[in-house]
Design a protein around this ligand. Structure first.
Ligand code: IVH
Length: 667
């Protein structure tokens, strides 16, 4: 009989669809499958009365009725987001507090990043599918979900119970990462803009009005919950039943009895999730026992029995509202984008650096553009790309200013550098940034002196350079907004104790162009004091291994400026450390030159004279400029003239530069 034939063929096709799309283990070839389908299509065509909506031939062609809303079986909730293992421990503590003396088990799953849907089955057949909607009522997307081959149109029989007549399951529709390119290619060929990510692709596809187009989209689904129809004891029992009913359930789910194991799972997937062919953005931790879930209950939008822990380092899309220019401490003008605030990996991002003018041109970044933003670890968020396809035509090309936005002076563009600078040392923003840098954590680390306070101190005229900080009195601070007796006292004492910070930090804190922390260390190691550095020449600085000529030039330029020399003198006067702390075996070193008087003459090659004097003093010796009978050693560099002759005449020991260096090194 045709009717039986049709029924058998349908069951056969349902079975092979499941093998192919859900289990990924086809038993017959595509050609054989297509042949079976053709036979069924032919029979149905000849006997239209036999066609039912649940036939495998009927996946495509259904009419979408957008706007149709149907109530879910129980609210479709979202999840509370967390980002750290501490927050997972907090979650665990809360649960155990509510359920003392209970054995708690957790099911942990991957949080697939697509579009949540609820699927309803009546008497074992798919009846309708909904998006989340407002959580209470969902939008009808039945025609489109029917095209997803991994969604069974007919449920499998269970051998331990009958399939409930009304059943609802929930899951996440997604597009595999490997398929996004193809989807976008089709869209571009059709003159449409490509999707920015797989989530948008899944969501966009599920909302299409023509299910014929939806069929061409490689949509797939993972079902994560049996939400209505069966009284379950545990969530993982539900997951197993979902598999038995023919649903595609993500295989990575696991049951654990401690939060430590859950966190282990989190760390493993945090390092691995990028290798999966579907986008995930975290893990979902669910209390396994359904009775426990009910006791814990729900908040307005999220259950108390489940939580999501997101993976760090993610991207987000947002819009550029404005591009502003910031003036750095070295005068470099940096374009900074002001964004529609967006959350990435737990942080609310409002700004992103655009680095420099070239970068803006290279990426063709315009004001008003939609961009993909990325943040990894502590790094400043960066613009990955511009979503040019989202442009409305109102976006504005950004013109880099010719004058400094802080002081109004003409900016300087140099041939060799990408940076555009304000070279006015009086520039108010530069002053501010220099002070901010000086007090920052890696420099003098003055606590309680944040950007806001620096701004206030400059505005009221109490401070105009870093040396002024050391003249501040408690009473000065009391007039500032936000300062009380205690906070003023704390800041004064923090400023005072910064005088004990090592010279390398002071040098770094001066903010000399190209002198970072490690260059500052190298310079102090070599020259011993900032004083010696301040009189060094480019050639000498350049001989230090690890210091380049650019840095050497910049150091010399810095100390060549009268303002900076004065600043150095003021800091020295204020009592900051200007020389390296003495080596550990101080006694021995000090003793070695103790009471000895040196005269330095001629050109030294390996070090400046001032550097040599620093070393001598450090080792307990004295340096004199004139040769006399009290002179113990004369260090004669190249072209040593008159003084050398005097020393010979007086029988004073003469050291070549090499011997002198050996003496220093031997102690
Ligand atoms: S459980 C009450 N499990 O994430 C439980 N959700 O913000 C709520 N999602 O709308 C959902 N993978 O669309 C759950 N393994 C998973 C999930 C998952 C993805 C989505 C789901 C939901 C959103 C929660």
């Amino acid at each position: 009989m045709t009717e039986d034939q049709v029924r058998i063929l349908r069951d056969e096709l349902h079975y092979h669809e499941h093998k192919y799309y859900v289990e990924n283990q086809p038993e017959i070839s595509d050609v054989e499958f297509d042949m079976l389908m053709k036979v069924l299509e032919k029979l149905e065509k000849e006997n239209p009365s036999l066609i039912t909506p649940n036939s495998p031939t009927q996946r495509v062609g259904g009419q979408m009725v957008l706007g149709e809303r149907i109530r879910h079986h129980g609210l479709m909730l979202s999840l509370e987001n967390t980002y750290t293992s501490e927050e997972l421990y907090d979650f665990d503590r809360r649960i155990r507090k509510t359920l003392p003396d209970q054995e708690i088990k957790y099911v942990v799953e991957l949080k697939v990043d697509g579009l949540g849907v609820a699927l309803n089955y009546e008497d074992g057949y798919l009846s309708y599918g909904l998006t989340r909607g407002d959580g209470d009522f969902g939008e009808d997307v039945t025609a489109n979900v029917r095209t997803i081959k991994s969604i069974p149109l007919k449920l499998k029989q269970l051998n331990y119970m009958s399939v409930p007549s009304i059943l609802e399951v929930r899951g996440e529709v997604f597009i595999p990462k490997s398929q996004l390119g193809k989807v976008n290619e089709l869209r571009i060929n059709a003159g449409e803009s490509p999707f920015a990510n797989t989530r948008n692709a899944a969501a966009g596809s599920l909302r299409l009005l023509d299910s014929n187009i939806v069929t061409q989209r490689p949509l797939d689904i993972f079902i994560y919950r049996l939400s209505y129809g069966v009284d379950l004891e545990t969530h993982d029992q539900g997951l197993k039943m979902l598999v038995d009913l023919g649903f595609k359930v993500n295989e990575m789910a696991n049951v654990y009895s401690s939060m430590e194991e859950v966190i282990q799972y989190y760390y493993e997937w945090r390092d691995q999730y990028k290798n999966l062919d579907y986008d995930t953005d975290g893990i979902v931790v669910k209390v396994n026992n359904i009775n426990h879930q009910e006791l814990l209950g729900v908040r307005t939008k999220s259950p108390r029995w489940a939580i999501c822990c997101k993976f760090p380092a993610s991207q987000a899309t947002t819009r550029i509202n404005q591009i502003e220019i910031q003036v750095g401490r070295t005068g470099v003008l940096t374009p900074v984008a002001t964004l529609d605030p967006v959350e990435i990996a737990g942080a609310r991002i409002k700004n992103a650096t655009l680095h420099n003018e070239q970068e803006i041109t290279r990426k063709d970044i315009r004001v008003g553009d939609w961009i993909v933003l990325e943040r990894s670890g502590d790094v400043i968020p960066k613009v990955v790309s511009v979503l040019a396809e989202k442009r409305s035509g109102w976006e504005k090309v950004f013109r880099f200013p010719n004058t400094c936005p802080s002081c109004g002076e003409q900016v300087q563009r140099s041939e060799q550098e990408t940076a555009i600078r304000c070279i006015n040392v009086e520039c108010p923003d530069q002053r501010k940034r220099r002070i901010e840098h000086f007090v920052s954590r890696n420099a003098l680390n003055i606590e309680g002196l944040g950007k806001q306070t620096v701004k206030q101190l400059i505005e009221v005229g109490l401070v105009s350079n870093i040396a002024d900080l050391y003249h501040l009195q408690k009473d000065d601070l009391l007039v500032l907004e936000g300062f009380g007796d205690q906070s003023a006292e704390n800041l004064i004492s923090a400023i005072a104790s910064s005088k004990q910070k090592p010279a390398s930090r002071v040098l770094f804190g001066l903010g000399i162009l190209h002198v970072g922390q490690s260059a500052a260390d190298l310079l102090i190691d070599y020259f011993v004091s900032i004083g010696a550095i301040s009189v060094a020449e480019v050639g000498q600085i350049g001989t230090i291994h690890g210091i380049g000529s650019r840095t050497a030039e910049s150091v010399v330029d810095f100390f060549a400026q009268p303002d900076n020399r004065e600043l150095f003198d003021q800091l020295k006067l204020a009592g900051l450390r200007m020389r390296a702390e003495a080596p550990v075996d101080l006694g021995q070193v000090e003793g070695s030159f103790l009471g000895k008087t040196f005269v330095l003459t001629g050109t030294l090659i390996g070090m400046t004279r001032s550097m040599a004097s620093e070393r001598i003093k450090l080792m307990g010796g004295k340096v004199s400029s004139n040769v006399s009978k009290n002179t113990d050693f004369l260090v004669g560099g190249e072209n040593a003239g008159n003084k050398k002759n005097q020393a010979i005449a007086l029988g004073i020991q003469i050291l070549t530069e090499d011997t002198f260096l050996e003496m220093i090194d031997s102690v």
